[in-house]
Design a protein around this ligand. Sequence first.
Ligand code: 5AD
Ligand code: SF4
Length: 466
Amino acid sequence: MNETRKVFIKTYGCQMNVYDSERMADTLAPQGWVEAGSAEEADLVILNTCHIREKASEKVYSELGRMRVLKAEKAERGEKLLVGVAGCVAQAEGREIARRAPVVDMVFGPQSYHHLPGLIARTGNGARVVETEFPIEDKFDHLAPPSREKTIARGLTAFLTVQEGCDKFCTFCVVPYTRGTETSRPVDRILAEARRLAEAGVREVTLLGQNVNGFHGEGPDGDSWRLGRLCRALAEIPGLDRIRYTTSHPRDMSDDLIAAHRDLPQLMPWLHLPVQSGSDRILAAMNRRHTADDYLRLIDRIRAARPDIAMSGDFIVGFPGETEDDFRATLAIVEAVGYASAFSFKYSARPGTPAAGEAEQIAEAVKIERLARLQEVIDAGTRAFNLSRLDMEMDVLLEKPGRRPGQLAGRSPWLQAVHLDAPMELLGTIARVRIDAVATNSLSATLIETPSSRPANPSLRAGAAT
Ligand code: 5AD
Ligand code: SF4
């Protein structure tokens, strides 16, 4: 019954979607599904979609147009193609997608991924399936964990979802509706998954959650653990040399997490902490529940604990009612913080969110102009940050072959791409380097110390018997 079939999963949006797509592939593997390199080769295509901004969901419908053509071509050759839509667009617009796009066989939301084999079986007689409920059982209990083989193939860095959903209800955001209320995974499951990743050679793990620093998972001792405590336990896993987490909310940046940044060398000095706006009036209208000054004082406390920490953020321009003065306050907070990097977006009205119904929507031309001005300030900050690394010694995780022969490429503690001349055997190690040139999107370095540790990832060990 387990004949080989091919699945192609196309992932849009955030890192959690990347993680979810991997879990879907891992859950299908025992049923004989292998991953295809393209939709053309596949028997099943799953679009794992994003609903966060308008453009993200529009892309899904245009991709479904391509799937319609592909399905027809395959039908002419007597082949079948199943098409599934997963992710946040599926959750938000389930029946609408099924109605608008007859090519779709299955629509299922993020809380139904563990039902995937059953959903596929239900399409057997040509039925179309829509599943967007929030089941009571925990999907993580039923989704396949990362397999050793696939983890090795996926490389040295991995995502690990620890928390999902959000109860903050920022007035612009669809997440509380598409991902549901905040839930945290139990600590022992997270540690077991992290140990499995480390044993397969993963050296850097990024903990994921829509509101990851709101983590409050049940600990093995019955207590509710916060993220700082979880990071301390993860730091004890041999081989897990680097820990990151994203995305955080300023209100949940608790003392235990700040102390973890002070104490754990494994916790990378990089913090993505979106503030969205620098104007207190707009922050209140966004229901962020903090002021610009609260945020700046919080960053002072974080920097006092970990002076080399670099900040990253998200900004929205053109939120309903945003005046030129409000926008200037955003430019001012960018200058005041000195971000190493930041994402900025034009406000996009999302159906069903409170801000979408506001009367004072901002004209597109104004949004475009403000976005350009903001990006200029952010880019200048990124350039200054990159330049400040010149001549600095730092550790680089050597992740892959570089652009030229004899080169390897990796990441700095601050997520910058770093290129250097280094022998292949160093792939998978953390090397000590000195930065000797800074380009727009990457740094060049010279090896100053050959790491003594062997690469942990078995696929990278030179001449390793498999
Ligand atoms: N419009 C524009 N940007 C948005 N974001 C979330 N919702 C919207 C929206 N409706 C941005 C926020 C968030 C990031 C993931 O996407 O900046 O932090
Ligand atoms: Fe959305 Fe983040 Fe606000 Fe939650 S905290 S509602 S995910 S922007």
